[in-house]
Design a protein around this ligand. Structure first.
Ligand code: SAM
Length: 340
């Protein structure tokens, strides 16, 4: 029975997994973690209850919800009915530098969820993803026409960039030492390029993205902003950076983008710095599940994919890069550097 119970637990776990996303949304909507953080110390059930934006139907419901959150390790309990944060809670606090709340919010709204109803196999003539089949255009054209989605999407990407960039800078300082200029293509609202400009003031940084994204960026003096299409133009720089870009595209499009990058960097000393998931790195780590999940997410939303170490090397070599170095960093993504 032991083994069968494990199998049963595995399947039940997946059946009830829908609840975990719902519970996370309730926690954010009710501001539960924020309330506890604001109080600055362990919080009792009645203190929490009196700070909620809506009254709890009864204290037993709230207690059971809190017990589930403690079970999920999103919060901890100290004694009976006394709750505090865990080391993971910082990622779901709205005001924290490493907050993933904007990313969670993106996945919790209609434009994203409608695709899940339809699944990965929906095909419309010429469409590359479920998102495109459903909306008649890819996510970037859609974002250009829907200001609210554009804002949510850009904020979500920036929230992840705020986590990844310190990991990249700490783990790969050498990459940035020998260069004097760098453009971050598909760089969104400039979070990544600003982090590089701050950490390496000797590098002249710029960010290139589509006009509807660049238009929304305040004028940061440390980063030049360029509105453009990376398939047709990548400005000349010592290095080109791409964070969470190539996973949006199929191999053919990736090679097109990488060839543009290669033309933009010097033959000697030029490099392309890619920050993306490497599927088979550190297999078995608890983050591996999210890496596999993102591969399916890319299939649905963009028609891209996450790649193995071998697939990254092949891609860079197809675009004419002579050498590829892959470094594990303290993040979901890894650093993949292609040398001209
Ligand atoms: C997944 S987001 C990544 C944003 C940012 N690099 C980050 O890591 O947070 C992909 C970005 O590519 C941009 N993009 C899509 N097609 C593009 C194109 N043809 N030229 C330039 N940017 C493009 C999107 O507007 C979006 O900002």
């Amino acid at each position: 029975m032991g083994e069968e119970l494990n199998d049963l637990a595995l399947v039940w776990g997946h059946i009830v997994a829908f609840l975990d996303s719902a519970v996370l949304k309730w926690v954010l909507d009710l501001g539960i973690a924020d309330i506890i953080q604001r109080r600055g110390g362990p919080t009792t059930l009645s203190q929490l209850s009196s700070s909620l934006p809506v009254p709890a139907r009864n204290s037993d419901n709230l207690r059971r919800l809190m017990r589930y959150l403690v079970h999920l390790r999103l919060l901890s309990s100290q004694g009976e009915d006394l709750y505090w944060l865990t080391s993971a809670t910082k990622f779901i606090l709205s005001g924290e530098a490493k907050s993933l709340v904007p990313f969670a919010r993106l996945t919790q709204q209609g434009d994203y969820n409608n695709c899940l109803e339809l699944g990965p196999l929906l095909e419309e003539k010429g469409s590359k993803s479920t998102f495109e089949a459903l909306n008649g255009e890819d996510m970037w054209s859609y974002a250009a026409k829907h200001a609210e989605f554009n804002k949510l999407f850009n904020e979500a990407m920036a929230s992840d960039a705020r986590i990844v960039m310190p990991a990249l800078i700490d783990g790969c300082r050498d990459i940035f030492q020998g260069i004097t200029s760098m453009v971050d293509i598909g760089g969104g609202t400039g979070t990544a390029s600003r982090a590089i400009a701050k950490a390496f003031p000797h590098i002249k940084c710029s960010v290139l993205d589509l006009p509807h994204v660049i238009e929304t960026i305040p004028n940061y003096p440390e980063v030049e902003q360029v509105a453009g299409d990376m398939f047709s133009f990548v400005p000349h720089n010592d290095a080109v950076m791409m964070t969470k870009i190539l996973h949006d595209w199929d191999d053919e499009d990736c090679v097109k983008i990488l060839k543009r990058c290669k033309e933009a960097i010097p033959e000697k000393g030029g490099k392309v710095v890619i920050v993306d998931i490497v599927m088979d790195i550190e297999e078995g780590h608890s983050i591996t599940h999210t890496r596999y999940a993102f591969d399916v997410i890319m299939m649905i939303y963009t028609g891209g994919k996450e790649r193995s170490e071998e697939e990254w090397r092949k891609l860079l070599s197809s675009a004419g890069f002579s050498r590829c170095e892959i470094t594990v960093i303290n993040a979901l993504q890894s650093a993949i550097v292609g040398y001209g």
